[in-house]
Design a protein around this ligand. Structure first.
Ligand code: ATP
Ligand code: MG
Length: 201
């Protein structure tokens, strides 16, 4: 095939593709608040959620963030995004369960965090709510899964919510509109690299 034939074929293929893409875009007409679940063992769940916080702020939206399990107070996301106008940033965790080693305290902390989240989920002025590491509180049974799922389902219709954390339950995945499962192919930590500012915190 000569170059002119290849170019003509390419143009025809792209025209067919454009028709299909345009039809799919034309068919997607709904507008509503979305529930996004970012789960899996790979790196990139919380940072993806914070990317959406940046996007939403760029659109002048009001954002609420609750970080449920937090082992450090010196993260770049909190230092930068937490002080932007339009964000309410809450850190409610005392750290990982293997650090606290205190179930009663973990449950009390989880409930404190959930009270903040529940307030945001019933207030339509929050256009995006990020519930970072919420899945752990469900898998440990620190929060009642039905209460959490009901609050997510009953939230204001235009409110977007992002939930992060490993091992999202089937019920949460079922309720969600968009679910990404990030795979753990490789992580530098296993090669002995300590957590790096700007990348891991
Ligand atoms: P990130 O905040 O970087 O997007 P994440 O939210 O997907 O990570 P978490 O389990 O919440 O994952 O991990 C928080 C911290 O642990 C980050 O410093 C991250 O780099 C690191 N981490 C994430 N996944 C892994 C992994 N598979 N092995 C080792 N460390 C990890
Ligand atoms: Mg995370």
């Amino acid at each position: 095939m000569n170059e002119a034939d290849r170019n003509a074929r390419h143009a025809a293929r792209m025209a067919r593709k454009k028709a299909a893409v345009d039809a799919a875009i034309a068919a997607a007409t709904d507008e509503r608040g979305l529930l996004i679940v970012l789960t899996g063992n790979g790196k990139g769940k919380s940072t993806s959620a914070f990317g959406m916080v940046a996007r939403a702020l760029g659109h002048g939206m009001k954002v609420g963030v609750v970080q449920f399990i937090k082992s450090r107070t010196d993260t770049g996301e909190e230092a930068f995004l937490g002080r932007q106008p339009g964000v309410e940033w809450n850190v409610t965790g005392d750290g990982f369960t293997w650090d606290t080693q205190n179930r009663a305290q973990d449950i009390a902390t989880a409930e404190r965090g959930w009270a903040i989240a529940a307030r945001m989920l019933s207030d339509p002025s929050y256009q995006l709510v990020v519930l970072d590491e919420l899945t752990y509180l469900l898998s440990y049974g620190y929060l009642d899964a039905d209460v959490v799922l009901d609050a997510l389902a009953q939230r204001p219709p235009m409110q977007h919510v992002v939930v992060t954390g490993r091992a999202a339950s089937d019920a949460l995945v079922e309720l969600a509109d968009t679910v990404s499962v990030i795979a753990d192919e490789k992580h530098a930590f296993r090669a002995g690299v300590k957590a790096q500012p700007g990348i891991d915190l």
